[in-house]
Design a protein around this ligand. Structure first.
Ligand code: SF4
Length: 125
């Protein structure tokens, strides 16, 4: 993930999933997009539904690496593989899936921040 800052997409599982009850999703995404070295942060309600596929189909036109903060990484790899492949992208290379369920807002920010650091992403890229 060299020159480009990654985008950050959060999926909130319709907003009703108990896995996100411990955090304030709006505080999370607002802090992430302001404090962390990402190109932008946005929330999608249900990325693994058919309209989520359609959304990714449009969104991935930019070919920007994405950090997806949502559910289990192994599920994300399966669910989003085809959408990335359709744009000539490799889900294992171009997507960084993070499981932020059952975390507080601070814990979720720390988890994304640590991953970006591990990826070598810096704000002044
Ligand atoms: S991608 Fe994961 S977090 Fe998003 S709706 Fe599907 S199962 Fe829930």
């Amino acid at each position: 993930m060299a020159e480009q800052l990654p985008g950050l997409l959060m999926c909130v599982c319709t907003g009703k999933c108990p896995g996100f009850e411990k955090m304030d999703i709006w505080d999370f995404i607002n802090r992430a997009r302001v404090e962390l070295p990402v190109e932008y942060g946005a929330i999608h309600p249900q990325l693994c539904e058919v309209d989520g596929d359609r959304f990714l189909g449009d969104f991935l036109e930019a070919k920007r690496p994405l950090v997806i903060a949502a559910c289990a990484p192994n599920m994300q790899y399966k669910m989003f593989r085809d959408a990335f492949a359709a744009k000539g992208m490799d889900v294992k290379r171009d997507m960084v899936p993070l499981d932020i369920r059952d975390l507080t807002t601070d814990e979720a920010i720390d988890k994304v921040s640590a991953k970006l650091h591990e990826m070598g992403v810096k704000r002044d890229v």
